[in-house]
Design a protein around this ligand. Structure first.
Ligand code: ADP
Ligand code: MG
Length: 350
């Protein structure tokens, strides 16, 4: 049980500080454990041709999703794809999924079946087998925890720590959309709460709503990289926002980076909605999160192989650590990149 004193300490540490605090003294005992805590997935080597790649993620009602606007089938789909995304972030292929759920008495059989239809649809589409899990009662909300097992050839695995000076910084797809989708859904929920007679007005926002409610993981990018013979030097998936993920790559690789604001890919709808919410669109891409795109670095020699790919945008390059991690704005000024997270974006301080 947490007392007030320890909860204050936890909030001061933050999520990453807490993980570091809890795991810093772990010493790996088994030669088969190639990579433990610290990347998108752990890597296990059983001596065969392929390595195992393992990751787990938990979605908690009221923290990660709000059932007043999240359809259960979408929730199941997202629970699976966010796990697949961590496997793709290692340049690996997801194969087996385990699903644990805690259900409160308010859920009907139909409701749980809906969640499973989403989970199974994602497994079908991504070629993954659902092989197990756990089922329990919950006294509060719904919890879905998934563990994914993937595989990869040893020399194809990409970690967060391999970026080197002069490498090119690439991102897939476009950013900020999932966060704008969330803000739209939250806004309509508030309108509905104040007057249930007003119907939600979500028309014309399909793209950003889908980005939030039913994200896809970039299996196509992993296939494309294999097809054109490119192995990135480092890679991470964007779950917390471009800023936070770039800092993870730079910290773990011991390098700095220059990131160019004008290069950050954004969908016009994301841009327009951000402006309507009086938000800086760039900040939505930097700190919004949940886009589940891939951020990676490649050696300059691979530029030509990716140059004309419509799914990949070159957004900057890797520098020496001493130069720091900077955002070069449209007006050509440099700002150090900081991971602010959603609260800072919304101007909240808790
Ligand atoms: P991601 O956003 O890619 O899912 P996280 O930020 O959740 O990764 O976690 C960062 C790293 O810390 C991962 O390697 C993860 O396995 C590890 N980790 C997270 N929480 C814990 C925990 N409670 N105990 C041990 N390791 C953890
Ligand atoms: Mg990840």
């Amino acid at each position: 049980m947490l007392d007030n004193h320890s909860t204050t300490e936890i909030s001061k540490l933050g999520e990453f500080g807490l993980i570091k605090h809890l795991t810093q003294n772990i010493e790996l005992k088994n030669p088969s454990t190639v990579k433990g805590v610290g990347d998108d997935a752990a890597i296990i080597d059983y001596g065969g041709a392929k390595m195992s790649v393992v990751s787990t993620d938990m979605l908690v009602e009221g923290v990660h999703f709000d059932l007043s606007y999240v359809p259960l089938k979408h929730l199941g789909y997202k629970a699976a794809t966010v796990n697949f995304s961590d496997i793709f972030a290692m340049n690996a292929t997801p194969k087996q999924l385990l699903v644990s759920i805690a259900i409160s008495s308010k859920f009907s059989l139909d409701a749980i079946e809906e969640i499973y239809s989403g989970l199974l649809l994602a497994c079908e589409r991504y070629g993954v087998d659902l092989v197990g899990g756990d089922t329990t009662a919950s006294k509060s909300g719904l919890v879905i925890s998934c563990t994914i097992i993937g595989e990869a050839e040893k020399e194809k695995i990409v970690y967060r720590n391999g970026a080197k000076e002069k490498d090119l910084l690439c991102v897939t797809g476009d950013l900020g959309g999932a966060y704008m989708g969330l803000l739209m859904l939250e806004r309509e929920k508030e309108v509905y709460k104040s007057d249930p007679k007003i119907q939600p007005d979500l028309e014309g926002n399909d793209y950003i709503l889908e980005r939030q409610l039913k994200p896809e993981a970039r299996i196509d990018i992993i296939q494309m990289l294999a097809d054109c013979g490119v192995v990135p030097t480092s890679m991470i998936d964007i779950s917390d926002g471009l800023a936070s993920e770039l800092l993870h790559i730079c910290t773990q690789s011991n390098v700095g980076a220059q990131l160019y604001e004008e290069k950050i890919p954004m969908d016009p709808m994301t841009f327009d909605r951000a402006r309507e919410f009086s938000l800086d669109p760039t900040m939505c891409a930097m700190n919004g999160g949940e886009d589940f795109e891939l951020l990676f670095t490649v050696d300059m020699k691979d530029y030509e192989k990716l140059q004309h790919n419509p799914d990949v945008t070159f957004i900057g390059h890797i520098t020496a650590k001493e130069a720091g991690v900077n955002l070069v704005t449209r007006s050509n000024t440099e700002h150090p990149v900081t991971a602010q997270g959603w609260d800072a974006l919304l101007g909240k301080d808790n």
